[in-house]
Design a protein around this ligand. Structure first.
Ligand code: DQA
Length: 144
């Protein structure tokens, strides 16, 4: 089983960004934890991050035929990225959406996600461990 983990704009700066919302863990640390969990679960994980919506779409279009599901933190694209939404829809794969912060308790413009309605679920507000919970949820879904 192969899963794609995607981070959208600015998430390359985790650990340096607003620590009140996004915590102190670096992306390297988070990816290490994700890799350990993937090894335990016996799955393969590919990681992609970009600050550009079109590049994320290109990546999804290229690799979706080779993977079983997607865990994605779309960053701010969550709230307006309709091209990204279309690419995820066209991929036809199960998607789990993840956010470090609780987008439902923040500014009004962050409360709406254009991704949620195509996702099998969303994890929000549980910090970097949310990536692990999202991955676990996706794998359970794929196995069921
Ligand atoms: C985020 C929430 C978004 O609103 C924000 O633009 C981000 C990160 C999160 O993980 O909490 O970049 O997706």
């Amino acid at each position: 089983m192969k899963v794609l983990l995607i981070n959208g704009p600015n998430l390359n700066l985790l650990g340096q960004r607003d620590k009140n919302f996004y915590g102190t863990a670096s992306i390297e640390h988070i990816l290490g934890e994700v890799q350990s969990m993937s090894a335990e679960l016996g799955i393969q994980i590919d990681y992609y991050q970009s600050n550009h919506e079109g590049e994320i779409i290109d990546y999804i279009q290229t690799y979706s035929p080779q993977i079983d599901g997607i865990v994605i933190n779309p960053g701010a694209l969550t709230h307006y990225g309709l091209s990204l939404r279309d690419a995820l829809l066209d991929a036809g794969l199960p998607v789990v959406e993840v956010h470090l912060s609780n987008i439902h308790g923040r500014e009004d413009y962050r409360r709406n996600s254009v991704i949620t309605s195509l996702s099998i679920g969303q994890v929000a507000g549980l910090g970097w461990k949310g990536y692990l919970y999202a991955l676990e949820g996706l794998i359970e879904y794929l196995k069921s």
